[in-house]
Design a protein around this ligand. Structure first.
Ligand code: GLN
Ligand code: ZN
Length: 668
């Protein structure tokens, strides 16, 4: 399901993958139709419960709740119009009953049942389903602890507090302010409160004093026997253990807490609250006080110059000097691009050879100089290939980058990297997010040497390539005690200097990628404006420091713009490139509807598969795009970077793309 299958005459694409709430973890989206039947074929929860029980540990099994399971699914292509997956609840519940009854029979005292959908606005429409589900499940189950995380319950609390559950888990890392409301709602019942006071989403040491305050409040209101201490969410989003880090300084070691360390924090906090505090716990409390104070002191003495610069950001810094129409004329002259200019999104195939050279540099088997010579050779070869294919706006190909966020983090002040801080993204894929630990600044130019070199070997214009501030922030572990707004603006200022330096070095177009802008949107719509109010300005700070002559590009890896279209428009990039799936031209009608006037390159082919699109196919897409966009608005490009592709299909696809653009120039 995750990979699809293309063998023995079968050709089934992989199932859709989506990000799990606002995390970078993905799940395979289940597909349902009114025909769907459910059967319990394998009770994994039971097997694992039994395995632990056999060595003398009674665990609390965790299962995903039925409402969230259905609500996150989608209708199959053959489902009847208007079919809602949650309508299958009556068919699904018998299977959940069996699963839970089996656990009870095996000796499970309680089960954690996860319903994170309850922190979304949409959950209000599932009230009826929640009541049905839990009144049917409760009588046959072990005690049910309903878990919510990543956000607040808000008005959903009114019906949740009345469900026949034994316990309710709430996230007090993301939403500490909901504690009073939750206490008031559950007080008249027997519901046990599980307080998620230790963050499951960050890598910072918990502040015990703050956690104890929340815990004490609950204990005073409903009694210690009704309070559980827990992590805010599963520990899936944090690395396993700090013990595996050998390169952090002792000072840095003292700031962090990974999964195993967080588990021990939970136990310390619980001991204090339950009055079973021994000498070891007292010692842990004292040590924590010292660590937190030291970290605060470090924060306080962080980079004053950077903070002053953020405070001095003026509204003028966010705007280009002239409106787009004026800029466009200057840029057309300066870049000398034809109508329907062709370009790519930045990366070219990251070959084994490139990865080997990088690894050798890491192990010091080659010198810095040897590595640079190798990368320059790579860049020149990518330039020659683009010239031969006939592309108009070239790129250097990004061979020097390990990862689009890590590469920049490693060259900015304010970041720390782990050796083994891997976090699951999906299947066997893991990422190792950089950690922002202090004020961010740029000690010197990052990409200028590579872009200038690339420009020096060709007459064609070269596009500089940067990762945007919002994306760097969203794909790192941010600081917990400074707002994301401040961190993002610091990144934006550092990137602003880089863009200006690229222009000074003679680069005439710069792309600032923001693939993570959309996924950073808060889970609840009323919170969107607060996020956009700094995310959008951050992009603008990064890109508006240049003259009218510099053509700014931005790239987004998605096409789901419906709700945030005005925000994309407000970025005022000269050119944006986006994903545009084959059949779905609906998206482009949005651009027309909003009167989008800047330039745009909706991807003309999908780079996520090795398939080579035919010239005709690309022509057809251009034709379809022109129903919504004017000929002088359109850029012709693939829908994302080419780093995961092989050279063979890359060249073949780009040749067809260039031919289709030539045809368009003659036809329109
Ligand atoms: N410039 C990057 C690349 O081409 C963009 C990657 C992305 O959108 N995720 O690889
Ligand atoms: Zn992309």
């Amino acid at each position: 399901m995750g990979r699809g299958r293309q063998a023995d005459g079968v050709d089934v694409p992989a199932s859709e993958m989506k990000k799990w709430f606002d995390s970078n973890y993905h799940f395979v989206v289940p597909e349902f139709s009114e025909e769907t039947d459910f059967k319990l074929v394998f009770n994994k929860a039971l097997e694992e419960f039994t395995e632990a029980k056999n060595i003398g540990v009674t665990t609390r099994p965790v299962v995903l709740g039925p409402v969230t399971f259905l609500a996150l699914g989608k209708a199959t292509k053959d489902a009847k119009a208007g079919f809602r997956p949650v309508s299958l609840l009556p068919k699904l519940l018998p299977v959940y009953k069996q699963l839970l009854a089996d656990l009870k029979a095996a000796g499970a005292e309680s089960v954690q049942i996860d319903e994170p959908i309850l922190v979304l606005d949409v959950a209000a429409t599932y009230e009826k389903e929640f009541i049905t589900a839990y009144s049917e499940l409760a009588p046959v189950s072990p005690k049910l602890v309903l878990a919510t995380y990543y956000g607040r319950l808000d008005s959903n609390l009114t019906f949740v507090a009345k469900l026949p559950i034994a316990g309710l888990h709430i996230d007090l890392d993301r939403a500490p302010a909901q504690l009073d409301q939750v206490i008031a709602a559950v007080k008249p019942s027997n519901i046990i409160l599980s307080l998620g006071v230790v963050s499951g989403r960050n890598i910072w040491k918990s502040d015990f004093q703050a956690a104890l305050k929340l815990g004490q409040k609950a204990v005073e209101a409903i009694g210690a026997e009704r309070v559980i201490i827990a992590t805010s969410s599963s520990l899936l989003h944090t690395p396993v253990t700090l013990a595996a880090e050998k390169k952090l300084t002792p000072e840095q070691q003292d700031w962090f807490s990974f999964a195993l360390e967080k588990a021990s924090e939970v136990s310390t906090i619980a001991s204090v609250l339950s009055g079973s505090q021994d000498a070891k716990v007292t010692e842990a409390l004292e040590a924590n006080k010292v660590s937190i104070a030291k970290r605060r002191e470090f924060e306080r003495t962080s980079d004053d110059a950077v903070r002053k610069r953020v405070a001095a950001i003026t509204p003028e810094m966010l705007e280009r000097k002239s409106p787009f129409a004026v800029r466009k004329e200057i840029q057309v002259k300066q870049l000398g691009l034809p109508k329907f200019p062709t370009t790519t999104i930045g990366s070219f195939p990251q070959t084994q050879e490139i990865r080997t050279a990088r690894a050798k540099l890491g192990k010091k088997e080659i010198t810095e100089e040897e590595y640079k010579t190798f990368i320059k050779k790579e860049i020149e070869s990518v330039v020659r290939i683009q010239e031969k294919i006939g592309l108009d706006l070239l790129v250097h190909g990004e061979p020097e980058r390990n990862d689009m966020v890590q590469y920049f983090g490693e060259r900015l002040h304010g970041f720390v990297f782990t050796q083994n801080g891997w976090v699951q993204s999906y299947g066997s894929r893991y990422v190792r997010p950089p950690i922002i630990v202090s004020d961010v600044s740029r000690p010197g130019p990052i990409t200028v040497e590579w872009s200038s070199y690339a420009q020096s070997v060709t007459q064609k214009p070269m596009k500089g390539m940067l990762t945007g501030p919002v994306t760097i922030l969203n794909w790192s572990f941010p600081r917990a005690d400074v707002s994301r707004e401040i961190q993002c603006k610091q990144l934006a200022l550092a990137l602003r200097d880089e863009v200006v330096d690229l222009e000074k070095a003679g680069i005439k177009a710069v792309q600032v990628d923001e693939p993570a802008l959309r996924e950073g949107l808060p889970l609840r719509k009323p919170d969107w404006d607060a996020y956009l109010s700094w995310a959008l300005p951050s992009f603008k700070i990064a890109t508006a420091g240049v003259t009218d002559a510099l053509q700014t590009h931005s790239h987004f890896c998605y096409s789901d713009f419906g709700d945030i279209f005005p925000s994309i428009q407000a970025l005022d990039a000269d050119v944006i490139s986006i994903e545009a799936s084959k059949s779905d031209m609906k998206l482009l009608s949005t651009f027309k509807q909003y009167g989008y006037s800047n330039q745009i390159g909706p991807g003309v082919y999908d780079i996520h598969s090795p398939r080579v699109p035919s010239e005709q196919e690309i022509k057809d897409r251009i034709k379809a795009m022109l129903e919504f966009l004017s000929p002088d608005q359109l850029f012709i490009n693939p829908d994302c970077g080419l780093k995961t592709r092989a050279w063979k299909e890359t060249e073949a696809s780009l040749i067809n793309l260039v031919n289709a653009a030539r045809w368009a120039r003659q036809t329109y």
